[in-house]
Ligand binder design. Sequence first.
Ligand SMILES: CC(C)(COP(=O)(O)OP(=O)(O)OC[C@H]1O[C@@H](n2cnc3c(N)ncnc32)[C@H](O)[C@@H]1OP(=O)(O)O)[C@@H](O)C(=O)NCCC(=O)NCCS
Length: 185
Amino acid sequence: MHMGLVIENLDESQNDRIELISQFLLPCFQKYSPDWLPNKKAALNLIMSTFGEQRRSRVALGENGHPIGWIGAITDEDVWEIHPIAVSPDNQRKAVGKSLVADVESLARSSGAVAVWAGTSDETASTSFSSIDLYKEPGRSFENIETPEDHPIQFWLKMGYSIVGVMPDEEGLGKPGIHFAKRVV
Ligand SMILES: CC(C)(COP(=O)(O)OP(=O)(O)OC[C@H]1O[C@@H](n2cnc3c(N)ncnc32)[C@H](O)[C@@H]1OP(=O)(O)O)[C@@H](O)C(=O)NCCC(=O)NCCS
């Protein structure tokens, strides 16, 4: 865990924080989800979508008080979904992501939920999920998983999440979604 990291609610009145988050979202998703956030407007829309009903939006602040990481959650009675999570490129691999996931897990647990799930995808045909016909043999994709060492799939496995599902074409033709879940009670 990142000691001393401050994680707070983000709300729609916090224009400066929203602006800074939108700036780091674009480079974050360029490598593995190149079409997902094409421009700043899409990034701002994504942030605004986390202020609705049954949503949580949490921001991690660096030493100067500026946002260095951000996580959204879709709440529900029993299972919450993390969507999305991003840590600014300069602050990655310093346990900020891990702390944000732990923060949402703790909020979920205190609200009575029992599990948290998250999805990622293979949009660049860079993992073994793209080399299997997921309509014919979805179960086989759970075995002998291969990904680049910096793929977000590896982050979720490190966080103790299990692969519980695959959705062929979730992000478009030949771009499967991979679903992870963890029990938090
Ligand atoms: C994925 C992401 C949120 C992780 O945040 P982070 O602050 O860099 O992660 P942490 O430092 O807390 O890492 C926790 C563990 O996961 C590992 N890890 C983190 N990112 C990883 C990655 N991309 N690939 C492989 N392992 C990763 C770390 O090595 C660490 O392992 P350790 O506990 O053995 O030391 C961040 O890299 C990011 O914003 N990436 C771009 C956006 C993205 O891919 N979001 C997720 C989409 S589902």
